[in-house]
Write a protein that binds this ligand. Structure first.
Ligand code: S3P
Length: 448
């Protein structure tokens, strides 16, 4: 089990944020590039891979399952895959650290191969529900040895031949959709996933790029129907990973709330299933411009330029949640500086992220004197022209809670402390340095 020492961090307000930055590669695409590379026959090359703890755990798991994974001096990652159906039984437990995406998608890989593997993770991941992925895998023939409540640690044994499945995902989750599709790669025949609420489609796009026969249509009820023909030979790819919009969210919101700021974040992934925060910020009146929009490697990207200005409260509809599911903590920070109330609806999935994000955000707002109301699946934030700050926020091993409240401290009246910034390394290496380059003041007291 992964255990890290807690490392408190503190942010202070100061000068305006100015400059042009790139954030690290997209986490969702990075995990998938390593996994599909491992399932292809031959060498996949990946540029711009997110070199963070979560993604390193996936790389290690791919090695343990038989792929060769290495980074050359030019920063390119090389994955020599074994082919669908040929994964090797790992000798040791697969450790996913903090990463739900890594754990759940690899469960799909292992679950349809006739191998046994044990999945472990840190204290946060060991609390998260895995039944949402194990239920469809059980229907495909996977044996599951798990403690009550389907939490990690658990052991999977895939069947000799997995049964293709037609599965309607009961929760809006790209991870569940992806786990079923990935399991379907090694099932004979067609695996179908029905998605009542559309979620990020990186799995579908990337599998198609690797040569899988995967087709998305819409049924009469308006649901997405994804059909994958199993047992393809996947062809290795050259992949360039765009910058992560979920990481770009932090400098973007920081600039919007810090007087005098102007920041450009370059090469940001603009897949429409990921841009809900940018839509919401614009509705709030943010001066947010998308420049140089272009299509690369099957994904839309662009540069995002933001300038500080007056924000106003809005209602964020529930059906926008899947396209900004990881961005609510930092939206709550923007909302604290807006005029009036911001109401966020349909947040039930926030309760099962790296932490219960709804209660972690509410507790952080309270600690910093920000007026708010937490509902079962809603959050209301009452903005103010001056935001007190001065609190200490409990991060519960959740990188996005840590980063969001450090952003708060850049514009609040008094410095904001987070009890543990170590989890930031799961998704955003270089977070502090990036803010330093913009003129932001974030410290790790006690660091060398
Ligand atoms: C992800 C899907 C989302 C998101 C997570 C990454 C993915 O999770 O919160 O950070 O890469 O598929 P859910 O599928 O659980 O909503």
């Amino acid at each position: 089990m992964t255990v890290q020492a807690a490392s408190p961090m503190i942010s202070h307000s100061g000068q305006p944020l100015k400059g042009e930055v790139r954030v690290p590669g997209d986490k969702s695409i990075s995990h998938r590039a390593l996994m599909f590379g491992a399932l292809a026959v031959g060498e996949t090359r990946i540029s711009g891979l997110l070199e963070s703890e979560d993604v390193h755990h996936t790389g290690d798991a791919m090695r343990a399952l038989g792929a060769s994974v290495h980074r050359s001096d030019d920063g390119v990652w090389h994955v020599r895959g074994v082919g669908v159906g040929a994964l090797r039984e790992p000798e040791n437990a697969l450790d996913f650290g903090n990463a739900g995406t890594g754990a759940r998608l690899v469960m799909g890989m292992v679950g349809s191969h006739p191998i046994t593997a044990t999945f472990i993770g840190d204290a946060s991941l060991s609390k998260r529900p895995m039944g949402r992925v194990l239920d469809p895998l059980r229907q495909m023939g996977t044996q599951v040895l798990a403690r009550a409540g389907d939490r990690l640690p658990l052991t999977l044994r895939g069947p000799e031949t997995a049964m293709p499945l037609s599965y309607r995902v009961p929760v809006p989750s790209a991870q569940v959709k992806s786990a079923v599709l990935i399991a379907g790669l090694n099932a004979p025949g067609v695996t179908t996933v029905i998605e009542p609420v559309p979620t990020r489609d990186h799995t579908e796009r990337m599998l198609s790029g690797f040569g899988a026969d995967i087709v998305t249509t819409q049924n009469e009820a308006g649901e997405r129907v994804i059909r994958l023909t199993g047992q393809p030979e996947l062809t290795p790819q050259d992949i360039t990973v765009p910058c992560d919009p979920s990481s770009a969210a932090f400098p973007i919101v920081a600039a919007l709330i810090t007087p005098g700021s102007e920041v450009t974040v370059r090469d940001v992934l603009l897949n429409p299933h990921r841009t809900g925060l940018f839509t919401t910020l614009r509705e709030m009146g943010a001066d947010l411009e998308i420049l140089n929009e272009r299509e690369t490697g099957g994904e839309r990207l662009g540069d995002i330029r933001v300038r500080h200005g007056v924000l106003k409260g809005v209602t964020v509809p529930a059906d926008r949640a899947p396209s900004m599911i990881d961005e609510y903590p930092v939206l709550a920070i923007a909302a604290a500086f807006a005029q009036g109330e911001t109401v966020m609806l349909g947040l039930e999935e926030l309760r099962v992220k790296e932490s219960d994000r709804l209660s972690a955000v509410a507790a952080g707002l309270k600690a910093n004197g920000i007026d708010h109301e937490e509902g079962a699946d809603t959050l209301l934030v009452r903005g103010a022209s001056t935001v007190p700050g001065g609190g200490t926020v409990v991060t519960h091993l959740d990188h996005r809670i840590a980063m969001s409240f450090l952003v708060l401290g850049l514009a609040a009246q008094a410095p904001v402390t987070v009890d543990d910034g170590a989890p930031i390394a799961t998704s955003f290496p270089g977070f502090t340095q990036l803010f330093e380059s913009l003129g932001g003041n974030i410290e790790t007291p006690g660091a060398a």
